[in-house]
Design a protein around this ligand. Structure first.
Ligand SMILES: Nc1ncnc2c1ncn2[C@@H]1O[C@H](COP(=O)(O)OP(=O)(O)OP(=O)(O)O)[C@@H](O)[C@H]1O
Ligand SMILES: [Mg+2]
Length: 228
């Protein structure tokens, strides 16, 4: 192991089927994503960003091409190994936060950790540490409705970070936020790379997000567009 690339894709393709219609979401893309960096998958709506993120998160089954995770072909991983990676090594952040309404910030993070099989004794500590890191210690007893959008997204980031994953995958994490709040969320994600060593890969067409990333991979119609 010790591969400098968290992911490498070679001629990756993925087609969806909609009834009789074949939808080419990704067509023969090649890419390398460096570990410990803040990478943005950019491109217009429908260009394949979420599809690629779901492939990287081992959510969407591989169809064609080769995907390496820290140098290991994903196709060679057993279901057990994939589950281990999903549970312990990859954290997700979504546009709509996906917090549980009836639980407080702290309970949201703890509940998620319990679902990931983290022992009870560690959960409280890990949740407290993650909420502190995102600056929400004072709000840990609030439920999602009692928080602003930016605070909710920070809870979601704390939830993803609490298990100390190697990789954070974020799908349009700023899409439901105003630009100032979005910027604070982006800076937090960037700090997750620089201070905590996580590899953060974010899908976004937000210009602020593209501007803050270490590296931008541009997609258009399921293909690589020119990088910047
Ligand atoms: N489950 C699905 N079934 C059929 N087609 C799909 C499915 N999911 C996505 N697609 C299609 O695949 C293509 C890529 O979609 P994808 O969601 O990856 O784009 P995106 O870049 O994330 O767009 P957005 O910025 O709107 O989120 C689009 O043409 C989309 O309509
Ligand atoms: Mg998308």
């Amino acid at each position: 192991m010790g591969d400098a690339h968290v992911f490498e894709g070679n001629r990756l393709s993925l087609h969806y089927r909609l009834g009789d219609v074949d939808v080419p979401a990704l067509s023969d893309i090649d890419f390398q994503i460096e570990a410990g960096k803040f990478t943005c998958l950019a491109g217009p709506s429908g260009s394949g960003k979420s599809t690629l993120l779901n492939l990287l998160g081992l959510i969407e089954p591989m169809q064609k091409g080769n995907l390496l995770y820290f140098g290991t072909p994903v196709a060679a991983l057993s279901e057990k190994q994939m589950n281990h990676i999903r549970r312990h090594e990859i954290g997700f952040v979504f546009q709509n936060f996906y917090l549980i309404d009836v639980l407080t910030a702290e309970e949201n993070v703890e509940y998620f950790l319990s679902r990931q099989g983290i022992p009870a004794a560690e959960r409280t500590k890990a949740a407290g540490r993650a909420l502190e890191w995102v600056g929400l210690s004072d709000h840990r007893g609030k439920r999602p409705q009692q928080m602003s959008g930016g605070q909710r997204q920070r809870v979601a980031i704390a939830r993803a970070l609490a298990k100390r994953p190697k990789v954070i995958l974020a799908d349009e994490p700023t899409a439901n936020l105003d630009s100032k709040t979005g910027l604070s969320v982006l800076e937090l994600l960037r700090k997750a790379c620089s201070e905590q060593g996580h590899s953060v890969i974010m899908a976004s067409h937000d210009l602020q997000a593209i501007g803050l990333a270490d590296r931008v991979i541009r997609l258009r119609d399921g293909r690589r567009a020119e990088d910047v």
